[in-house]
Design a protein around this ligand. Structure first.
Ligand code: TPP
Ligand code: SF4
Length: 297
């Protein structure tokens, strides 16, 4: 199990260049910065077509871009090559969007997890295909408006609930799976530090609010991320060798209503639709509490 690590315990060295071309308030760029800082100089970073390359260049040994559906295969190749050449001190890390993880890259992810390949896959979850204009992904929350789920006569936004990807990955019986949030960097750093030396397949999905797609003032990215955690929309937990542990257990969850309505993508939703999401959150939370400290399945 991981332990939170305070920000001031990290070296001053930055591996991501300070200037980048991400939008103002982009939480995904915070994810890339923290990952690079924690994993350190011996990291090979893998990206696919996504906002990721806009999060800044790096000063680590290598930075590869890859076709969308190929991340799992490419990282497998790197990890095996480093092992073969006795350089398995080099950490292979993917920083991949939710579209590239939950949808287009899912077969490669699942295949690599099943083979227990030796790399860390970090998904920054902005809940849409942002680099191509904000289409829905299977990580988008129900009722969110996106460019492919607009509000209209026949549409109330996305029809389906968010795919429970971290649990699906954990079901592959990999050594480590976790959720994290940019609003809880100590928890995220602790999880990355724990995962770094572990051999085998590791996966962390990080809630990374996107002011452009979610339509809120960019100054509130971290606040929005925090509200997602405190309302149970984004529970923080980890699964280590099959055992689930909640990382944060608020005594009472914040109602989802205000959290949703603070984001333009949900501004249209009715009280019944809020209740639908609240019911889904409550059910998930009850299930997680029940499993806390025990086997995930
Ligand atoms: C197989 C394939 N389908 C579609 C695309 C077009 N495409 C490029 S970037 C992108 C969006 C990526 O979304 P996501 O992985 O969520 O990352 P984000 O852009 O949100 O950072 C898409 C659909 C592509 N490059 N390859
Ligand atoms: S669209 Fe969203 S995820 Fe992409 S760079 Fe802008 S804020 Fe970041």
């Amino acid at each position: 199990m991981s332990k939170p690590i305070p920000l001031n315990k990290l070296d001053d060295v930055e591996f991501i260049t300070p200037a980048n071309s991400a939008c103002q308030g982009c939480a995904g760029s915070i994810v890339a910065r923290i990952v690079a800082k924690v994993i350190g100089k011996d990291m090979v970073r893998q990206e696919v077509a996504c906002c990721g390359p806009a999060f800044g260049n790096i000063n680590q040994p290598a930075f590869y871009g890859e076709i969308f559906e190929g991340a799992g295969a490419m990282m497998t190749g790197f990890a095996r090559a480093f092992k073969r050449t006795e350089r398995d001190d080099i950490r292979v890390v993917g920083i991949v969007g939710d579209g590239g993880t939950t949808d287009i890259g899912f077969q490669g992810l699942s295949a690599a997890a099943e083979r227990d390949e030796d790399f860390l896959w970090v998904c920054y979850d902005n809940e849409a295909y942002m680099n191509t204009g904000g289409q829905r992904s299977s990580a988008t929350t129900k009722y969110a408006t996106t460019t492919t789920t607009p509000l209209g006569e026949f549409s109330r936004g996305k029809k389906e609930q968010k795919k429970p990807l971290p649990l699906l990955v954990a079901m592959h019986r990999v050594p480590y799976t976790a959720t994290a949030s940019v609003a809880y960097p100590e928890d995220f750093i602790g999880k990355l530090s724990y995962a770094k030396p572990v051999k085998g397949f590791r996966f962390i999905q990080v809630s990374a609010p996107c002011p452009t797609g979610w339509r809120f003032d960019p100054r509130y990215s971290v606040k929005v991320a925090k509200d997602m955690v405190l309302s149970g929309l984004w529970p923080l937990y980890e699964v280590t060798e099959g055992t689930l542990k909640l990382s944060l257990k608020p005594k009472e969850l914040k109602p989802v209503k205000d959290v949703l309505r603070s984001q333009g993508r949900f501004r249209h939703i009715t009280d019944d639709e809020v209740d639908d999401i609240q019911g889904w959150v409550d059910e998930n939370w009850a299930r997680l509490l029940e499993k806390d400290g025990g086997p995930v399945f």
